[in-house]
Design a protein around this ligand. Structure first.
Ligand code: MSP
Length: 548
């Protein structure tokens, strides 16, 4: 059953039937170590995967590496290496970074793996048998960095690529096998009309509609004189085009380990894919070529393709050619995984380009996590120790009047945040959650529980403390897909024995005694009298490095 629809994060929605949710990152070229652009998509995929796990969905998160094509072959050759051993050395750089960033992926597919070869072969024959592949003559400008033929009109002066302005496209005139994309013009247009959410956000959808409306041309799916790739099954003098092969990696990744690598097995449980997360530069492959390939093979289509923007540094697009990439490993080493995850999710509207600036990075984290969230928890916990013997006050959420400002905001916060997650509006998740925290700080200042205590207003003091602790708890729960370690620290200080990272291994174990964990999305569930942990800062203020 498909789960990519907003549903209310409340108990009545907690169905016993487990929904599945399959999400992919692009399969990154293994020609170089990952940079922050790769980390960006992978963090977003992990966040949405974790959100679905919180909803008790069965989740499969797919990532991996693309290890074929001219780009890899040339990089390896320039270093005097063979492509396979070169990729073998690069791949741990990806898996290491994903662990550092606390990414809970389920499948890591390498396109050189032998089960993938079997899937590509079977798929090729399926399309061949239906008559959508033929031999023809390919003439055109090829950008090796994009691994794509370019229309003359899309190139800059002297045939330089618009995406890689320092690279010149190369002229090719050779026999290739072609995929009959032109056969699918109408069906693709119908798809975009009937499923308006197939391509998101709107700006990307419009780009695709405009591209398709110019008329689709068949594209070549083989290369000659290229070793790095699988041979074309019907003609081994040709190598399968890297994109035709790589897109199928999403299907290979669905295979359970140790099963026979057939399409039937691959499609049995996790197909169709709910969400492909990609950068805007590879939209055409995912929103045009890929659905057409699947139509040709008579397979169901993915539900949604979301093309996010580019990261820039101090205003300039980040890329190896500009020499302004940020090393994600260093960034996580210096600031920790939650800080990096939070900044990119909260500060950049997913879908638009976004900037990285270290001063701003530090400012945002200190303001939101150390000051607003961290201080609110810390000051309130200390009051709970002073006025309530280190326990949650002996009241329940229902005892707090409905016009309590925190209860009023908290009442539908879980629903609102869930909608933002479904829409992949991660910055709005952050804004909505932080609004409750800001109100919490104001509420404490306004209510001045220390004064109420002196006046002997114990009941009022307890209501303030309960309302604030419960609000911090709710925010920790709702932000846990983004900052799981921080949420763990908050939950522990509130007296829960919960590990948000464990849900990946034990999806059902986060049940709180008698209630399913999803109920934690509601305001008012903090157990009365629960013993609290020691108040400790949950987020250390960050300092700018001296060299920055
Ligand atoms: N191998 C193909 C994908 C095949 S998927 C079946 C590929 N790999 S890539 O390594 O070049 O790019 C992977 C992703 O990184 C793309 O989605 C691309 O948009 C993203 N990014 C590369 N530079 C980026 C930024 N500066 N900012 C954000 N993402 C960027 O394409």
């Amino acid at each position: 059953m498909n789960s990519d629809h907003p549903n209310r994060a409340s108990t009545d929605q907690h169905s016993l039937e487990q929904q599945t949710f399959t999400v992919t990152t692009p399969l990154y070229y293994a020609n170089a170590l990952p940079h922050i652009g790769s980390a960006y998509t992978t963090i977003a995929a992990d966040v949405i995967a974790r959100f679905h796990r919180l909803q008790n969905h069965a989740v499969l998160m797919i990532t991996g590496t693309d290890e074929h094509g001219q780009k890899i072959q040339r990089t390896a050759e320039s270093l005097g290496r063979d492509p396979q051993s070169y990729c073998d050395e690069i791949v741990p750089g990806f898996t290491h970074l994903w662990h550092q960033l606390n990414i809970q992926y389920d499948r890591f597919i390498r396109t050189t793996a032998s089960p993938h070869h079997a899937i590509v072969k079977e798929f090729f024959y399926r399309v061949w048998d239906r008559g959508d592949i033929y031999l023809g003559q390919q003439k055109g400008w090829y950008c090796v960095a994009c691994e794509e033929f370019k229309e003359e009109r899309d190139l800059l002066e002297q045939h330089h690529c618009a995406i890689h302005p320092k690279r010149q496209a190369e002229w090719r005139d050779e026999q290739n096998y072609f995929f009959r994309l032109s056969n699918y013009q109408e069906r693709l247009e119908a798809l975009y009309q009937e499923q308006p959410n197939f391509i998101q956000p709107d700006i990307r959808r419009n780009e695709v509609l405009s591209f398709v409306s110019q008329g689709l041309r068949d594209f070549s799916i083989s290369r000659v004189g290229l070793e790095c790739g699988f041979p074309v099954p019907i003609d081994p003098s040709h190598t399968i085009y890297v994109w035709f092969d790589a897109l199928l990696g999403y299907i290979t990744a669905l295979l359970d380990p140790d099963v026979e690598p057939t399409l039937e097995n691959a499609l049995a449980k996790w197909y169709p894919i709910n969400l492909h997360l990609i950068g805007k530069d590879i939209l055409r492959f995912h929103a045009v070529y890929w659905p057409a390939m699947l139509m040709a093979a008579e397979l169901p289509l993915p539900q949604r393709v979301f093309g996010h923007g580019f990261l820039t540094k101090d205003g300039v697009k980040m890329g190896k050619s500009s020499g302004n990439t940020i090393d994600p490993v260093q960034l996580v080493d210096r600031y920790g995984s939650d800080a990096v995850r939070y900044y990119f999710m909260k500060e950049i509207e997913f879908g638009r380009d976004g900037d990285f600036n270290e001063t701003r990075f530090i400012h945002i984290l200190n303001a939101d996590l150390a000051n607003d969230l961290g201080n609110l928890l810390n000051r309130t916990l200390k009051m709970a120790y002073r006025y309530c013997e280190g326990r949650v006050p002996n009241i329940s959420g229902a005892d707090i009047p409905d016009d309590n400002v925190l209860k009023a905001i908290g009442a539908d916060l879980g629903d609102r945040v869930a909608r933002h997650y479904y829409a992949l509006a991660f910055h709005q998740v952050g804004d909505a959650a932080l609004s409750l925290i800001k109100m919490g700080n104001k509420f404490v200042d306004d209510q001045a529980p220390w004064a109420l205590y002196k006046q002997g207003e114990q009941q009022a003091v307890e209501q303030v403390i309960y309302a604030v602790l419960e609000s911090v708890r709710l925010v920790a729960y709702l932000l846990s897909p983004i900052v799981p370690n921080l949420s763990n620290a908050i939950y522990q200080q509130l007296g829960f024995a919960v590990d948000f990272n464990a849900q990946h291994r034990h999806p059902q174990t986060l049940s709180d005694v008698s209630t399913p964990f999803v109920i934690h999305a509601n305001w008012g569930i903090l157990p009365a009298n629960q013993a609290l942990g020691d108040p400790q800062p949950i987020f250390q203020r960050l300092e700018l490095p001296i060299t920055a």
